[in-house]
Design a protein around this ligand. Structure first.
Ligand code: SF4
Length: 260
């Protein structure tokens, strides 16, 4: 139901969140959704939007979960986030871990993100299981999906990205991304409109990550062609298999067997 105070931006975001949820059948009646809350703007906006009245979505319940990475034991962001969750009436779990320092230890310095996201995700699945959640919502938006496609191509030699709805552990859980159709700029704008404040990102890698590099590359390209991001996003739905390398009888792409 639209209220008097619903802004144009809120209605726009709600429309596209619901469209993504309906297109991918993300939410079913009675779902218990663990919402991953890092404390960044994206996750807090997702939590806020899911907590508003949706027209096309069935009844569901939510549990906000923050897995603190343990980068700075003294940092006050943890307490700020807890205060925000409490004051806004969310059911929540906050857990302190040492995942951040572990992922940055000497033996793993080269690629901390891989181990970090793996360990964090493992703990999130455990918390989902312990609390009867069948869906896990992450706040990845349209820009994250575009950037991940490029990261996987540039560094991982494959064409893949984050799925809006992904079944895991043989369907025991579903990872859902209700912001899949929403641009990062609008998420940030909405956070400002609602006075939602992020807690400080204390990870030493976040300023040098591959994602940030790709983000800057896309910003640079958009100076010449403002549709670059949108074109990449749309391209994922227009894959011309006939114009990709054919496969041999064992299913291996022929380019894969060529010399480097
Ligand atoms: S940027 Fe930092 S917090 Fe994010 S995945 Fe990488 S190591 Fe973890």
């Amino acid at each position: 139901m639209s209220g008097k105070r619903d802004t144009k931006l809120y209605l726009h975001l709600k429309k596209w969140l619901e469209k993504a949820a309906v297109d991918y059948n993300m939410i079913k009646e009675g779902d218990r959704i663990l919402v991953g809350v890092s404390g960044g703007l994206d996750s807090l906006v997702l939590l806020n939007l899911l907590n508003t009245r949706m027209v096309f979505l069935p009844q569901f319940s939510m549990l906000a979960v923050n897995v603190d990475m343990g980068f700075d034991q003294e940092y006050r962001g943890y307490a700020t986030l807890e205060k925000y969750l409490k004051e806004n009436g969310y059911e929540y779990i906050m857990e302190k871990t040492d995942i951040g320092p572990l992922a940055h230890s000497d033996y793993n310095k080269k690629n901390p993100c891989f181990l970090c996201s793996r360990m964090r995700r493992k703990r999130i699945f455990e918390i989902a299981n312990e609390n009867g959640c069948n869906k896990i919502a992450f706040a990845h938006h349209k820009d994250d999906i575009i950037e991940t496609l490029l990261i996987n191509m540039f560094y991982g030699r494959e064409i893949s990205t984050m799925m809006p709805d992904q079944s895991v552990f043989r369907g025991k859980f579903h990872i859902i991304r209700p912001l899949a159709y929403i641009k990062e700029t609008l998420v940030k704008k909405y956070a400002k409109e609602k006075n939602i404040l992020a807690i400080k990102d204390m990870c030493p890698t976040s300023k040098t990550s591959r994602r940030l590099y790709i983000k800057r590359l896309l910003d640079y390209m958009e100076k010449d062609n403002k549709d670059v991001r949108e074109n990449i996003f749309k391209a994922m739905s227009h894959v011309k298999m006939d114009y990709l390398p054919s496969r041999d009888v064992d299913g291996r792409a022929l380019y894969e067997m060529s010399a480097e």
